[in-house]
Write a new protein. Structure first.
Length: 75
């Protein structure tokens, strides 16, 4: 996975509504993020598999980031 895709991947996480990220189950979260990324890059099936595994390993972190964004809104 190249660095521009990696940056865009985390940019999508930051731009996605925090409540949505928190409320999705892990598989739906990964699917939604993959779909958004694929819409921007038209990724190969191999790239999609690699990114899916990566996202799947980061769901707790993604939800923690989303919770942190929500907490900052109410502080």
């Amino acid at each position: 996975m190249n660095t521009s895709i990696m940056r865009q991947l985390w940019s999508i996480v930051e731009e996605s509504p925090a409540k949505t990220l928190i409320n999705l189950d892990d598989s739906d979260l990964v699917s939604q993020l993959l779909n958004k990324l694929n819409a921007q890059y038209s990724l190969s099936s191999e790239d999609l598999q690699v990114i899916e595994v990566y996202f799947s390993s980061k769901t707790v972190l993604i939800k923690d980031i989303a919770r942190s964004r929500l907490e900052n809104i109410f502080d």
